[in-house]
Design a protein around this ligand. Structure first.
Ligand code: AMP
Length: 262
C-alpha cells in the first residue's frame, strides 16, 4: 500500500505535457463534450492571476466528505484564504437584488451544478478581493506567503465539472494540486443527515442528498480522474475521526506545497 508521502511524491513525479491544452481537450472529449467548447473558447487567453505567485489548491470530495471542516483547520495552520464555491453561491443567492438568486436556489435544491460563468466569476472576484485586502496582507504575514502580490488559496467544492476545471485554469489561475477527500456513501449520508438537523441548508434532506450523490459520481468524479491522470491528486481517506484525517492532510500538504508554492 502506498503511504501518503508516496502518493504526494507521485503527484509531482510526472511533468505535465507541454501541449497542455491539447491534452485538456482530449480529456474533456472523453468525459464531457461541453468541456471541449470551454477549452476551445479559452485558448489564447491569459489567466487573471500568475500561478508563479498565486497558489491554488482545490479541495474535492463528495458532499459531507469534510471539506469545510478540514479547510478551517488548514486556514489556521497555513494562512490560506479559504473559498467555498457553495458558500459563495449561497451568499450570491441571498444577496438582495442579485439577478442570479432564484436560478442558484433552484440548482442547489436540485443538487445540480450551477452554470460555470456565475461560479467562476464569484471565485475570481473573491480571490481579487482577498489579494487586495489589508486583512489578507495582515493574515498573510505567515512566512511571507502573502507578500509581494503572492497569495495562497484553498478552493473547496470546485471544480465540480470538466468545463469549470478547464476554464478556471485558462482564465483565472493554473491550479497547484487537488486534495481529494474520499469516503463511502454510507459515511457521507450519515454525516449529512446529522448536519441537516441543525444546518438549515435546503439541500441537506434525503431527496436532495441522493441527487447530490448522483451529480458527484457522474459529473465531479471525472474531474478528479482528469487531475489524477496528470498526477495532481493527493487522496486522503476522510472516514476516520477529524483529527486523524487532518494529521494525514498536513503531511500531504507540507510535501505538496514544498513542490508547488512560490
Ligand atoms: P456544497 O456547499 O459544496 O455542498 O455545495 C452545495 C451546492 O452548491 C451544490 O450541490 C451545487 O448545487 C452548488 N455548487 C457548489 N459548488 C459548485 C460548483 N463548483 N459549481 C456549480 N455549482 C456548485
Amino acid at each position: 500500500m502506498p503511504t501518503i508521502l508516496d502518493k504526494v511524491q507521485g503527484v509531482f513525479a510526472k511533468k505535465e505535457p507541454a501541449e497542455q491544452s491539447t491534452t485538456a481537450l482530449q480529456a474533456a472529449a472523453l468525459t464531457n463534450p461541453e468541456g471541449i467548447q470551454a477549452a476551445t473558447q479559452a485558448q489564447g487567453t491569459t489567466p487573471a492571476f500568475d500561478h508563479a505567485k498565486v497558489t491554488v489548491i482545490f479541495v474535492l470530495g463528495g458532499p459531507g466528505a469534510g471539506k469545510g471542516t478540514q479547510c478551517d483547520k488548514l486556514v489556521k495552520d497555513y494562512g490560506f484564504v479559504h473559498l467555498s464555491a457553495g458558500d459563495l453561491l449561497r451568499a450570491e443567492q441571498n444577496r438582495p437584488g442579485s439577478q442570479y438568486g432564484s436560478m442558484i436556489r433552484e440548482y442547489i435544491r436540485e443538487g445540480q451544478i450551477v452554470p460555470m460563468e456565475v461560479t467562476i466569476k464569484l471565485l475570481e472576484n473573491a480571490m481579487r478581493a482577498a489579494l487586495e485586502s489589508p486583512q489578507a496582507e495582515e493574515a498573510g504575514k505567515w512566512k511571507g506567503a502573502w507578500e509581494g502580490g503572492r497569495g495562497r488559496f484553498l478552493i473547496d467544492g470546485f471544480p465540480r465539472k470538466m468545463d469549470q476545471a478547464i476554464k478556471f485554469d485558462e482564465d483565472v489561475c493554473k491550479s497547484g494540486f487537488v486534495l481529494f477527500l474520499s469516503t463511502t456513501e454510507a459515511v457521507l449520508l450519515h454525516r449529512l443527515l446529522e448536519r441537516g438537523k441543525t444546518s438549515g441548508r435546503e439541500d441537506d434532506n434525503p431527496e436532495s442528498i441522493s441527487k447530490r450523490f448522483r451529480t458527484f459520481e457522474e459529473t465531479s468524479m471525472p474531474v478528479v480522474e482528469y487531475y489524477r491522470e496528470r498526477m495532481k491528486v493527493v487522496e486522503i481517506d476522510s472516514s476516520p475521526p477529524i483529527d486523524e484525517v487532518y494529521a494525514k492532510i498536513r503531511i500531504a500538504v507540507d510535501a505538496a506545497l514544498a513542490m508547488v508554492a512560490p
